[in-house]
Write a protein that binds this ligand. Structure first.
Ligand code: C5P
Length: 207
């Protein structure tokens, strides 16, 4: 079984994908971490003449077994990820890794921005998880504060809105909901309710 989960930052897609993976015994890949790892490797070098080629090299040499979720989940790395995600050759290299991951014999679930639309259009089920920007900013702020990071709701909301816009307008691969994706708005749902709703969609879609 192949499941594609897409959605904007802090929509709940990562948590839902992880829980669906555990429930169905599927391998899970958070594809945002790939972009984040490349973003982290090139952070601070944005004005460098060789910025693009450094990002492409980082994407081509990326070792997915070394992704450290804790280090990669900061707001700054999210912004750096969005920047390198605009480089077509970076996307090409990371797309190859994602397509390889899909070949797991156990089946796979991938979450990101373009899984249902470009990476895995043949997925058995496609979910598009969303929530309003204010709810997403509140969730992300709480998450980062719990981890001891010094952030405010206002700055996180601003970053989320900018990242939404950059991802929607990304010339190297605009972010949109696949026509055959099931929409799930988690704005008013707890994590448990959102997971149960997603599980219901997958079960109905796969019989
Ligand atoms: O999902 P997450 O917030 O970790 O993603 C970080 C950034 O990586 C996104 O804002 C987006 O620019 C980029 N991304 C992408 N395509 C994906 C996953 C992430 O362009 N499949």
């Amino acid at each position: 079984m192949l499941i594609a989960v897409d959605g904007p930052a802090a929509s709940g897609k990562g948590t839902i994908a992880k829980r669906l993976a555990a429930h169905f015994g599927l391998a899970h890949l958070d594809t945002g971490l790939l972009y984040r790892a490349v973003g982290l490797k090139t952070m601070g070098k944005e004005t460098h003449a060789e910025f693009e080629s450094m990002a492409i090299d980082a994407a081509m040499g990326l070792d997915t077994s070394t992704l450290d979720e804790e280090v990669l989940s900061t707001a700054e790395v999210g912004i750096a990820a969005s920047r390198v995600a605009q480089i077509p050759e970076v996307r090409k290299a990371l797309n190859r890794l994602q397509r390889k991951f899909m070949e797991q014999p156990s089946g796979a679930i991938l979450d990101g921005r373009d899984i249902g639309s470009r990476i895995c259009p043949q997925a058995d089920v496609k979910l598009f998880i969303t929530a309003n920007p204010e709810t997403r900013a509140r969730r992300r702020t709480e998450q980062l504060l719990t981890r001891g990071l010094d952030v405010t709701y206002v700055e996180i909301l601003k970053q989320i809105e900018k990242r939404d816009k950059d991802d929607r307008e990304n010339p190297a691969g605009a972010f949109y909901q696949a026509a055959d994706a099931h929409l799930l708005d988690t704005s008013k749902l707890s994590i448990e309710a959102a997971f149960q709703a997603a599980l219901g969609i997958v079960e109905r879609a796969t019989g």
